[in-house]
Design a protein around this ligand. Structure first.
Ligand SMILES: N[C@@H](CCC(=O)N[C@@H](CS)C(=O)NCC(=O)O)C(=O)O
Length: 209
């Protein structure tokens, strides 16, 4: 089997969702570094040759290039069922959480972290708004995890990979994760899985090259 190639970079929690799935599944893959901070995703050739949406991650699957971490996870979960949904209703439940993740969880958390910890805007009305939305979404996931070890029940699935993507960045997270005890316990469960790696140990970064 040709190893998958993943367009990614260390700071991308969206790419990490896919990288971690491949790693914990024991599937061979190679990283293709995306020079996001020097504008690679905004270049016309990236849009024409890699992803018209101008984003990472992109997974190369044979002669196909697939973007959107949720769509990629959904695809991988079907082809490599270890972390895939086990039934149609599980698939729908996974998609339900992955849409929530893309709209209200990762979107706010990632943008807030980008502003505070990467571009260092300082606190603004925008960060205040984002933090409020991020914390509300964290509370939703925390309440759900109070009653089950993983998002869909007893085992880790694509929904967990989607939601956990940005939560392993430690001090870069501009809120107190410890206030969400069930989320912290869930992250510890994921961390204890064989093959788990921190995003910066799994994907290349400009500063490390
Ligand atoms: N919903 C997308 C979000 C992807 C995304 O926002 N990727 C960021 C890096 S983490 C990106 O490439 N942004 C480029 C841009 O917005 O210009 C996914 O889950 O794959």
């Amino acid at each position: 089997m040709t190893p998958y190639e993943l367009y990614c970079f260390g700071e991308s929690g969206n790419a990490y969702k896919v990288a971690l799935f491949l790693e914990l599944s024991g599937i061979p893959w190679t990283a293709r570094f995306v020079d996001f901070f020097n504008g690679e995703t905004r270049k016309p050739e990236y849009r024409s040759d890699v992803n018209e949406m101008g984003e990472a991650p992109v997974l190369v699957i044979g002669d196909r290039k697939m973007s959107q971490s949720g769509a990629i996870l959904h695809h991988l979960g079907k082809v490599h069922p270890k972390f895939g949904p086990a039934s149609e209703s599980e698939e729908e439940e996974a998609l339900r959480w992955m849409f929530f993740d893309n709209h209200k969880f990762t979107s706010y958390i990632a943008t807030l972290r980008f502003m505070i910890s990467i571009t260092k805007t300082g606190e603004t009305p925008v960060t205040e708004f984002l933090r409020g939305r991020a914390i509300n979404s964290l509370k939703t996931v925390d309440a759900h995890l109070a009653r089950r070890p993983f998002m869909l029940g007893e085992r880790m699935t694509i929904a967990d990979f989607s939601l956990c993507g940005y939560l392993f960045y430690g001090d870069e997270l501009p809120f107190d994760l410890k206030a969400h005890a069930h989320v912290v316990a869930w992250l510890d469960r994921i961390k204890s899985m064989h093959g788990w790696k921190h995003p910066y140990d799994l994907m290349p970064r400009k500063s490390a090259s």
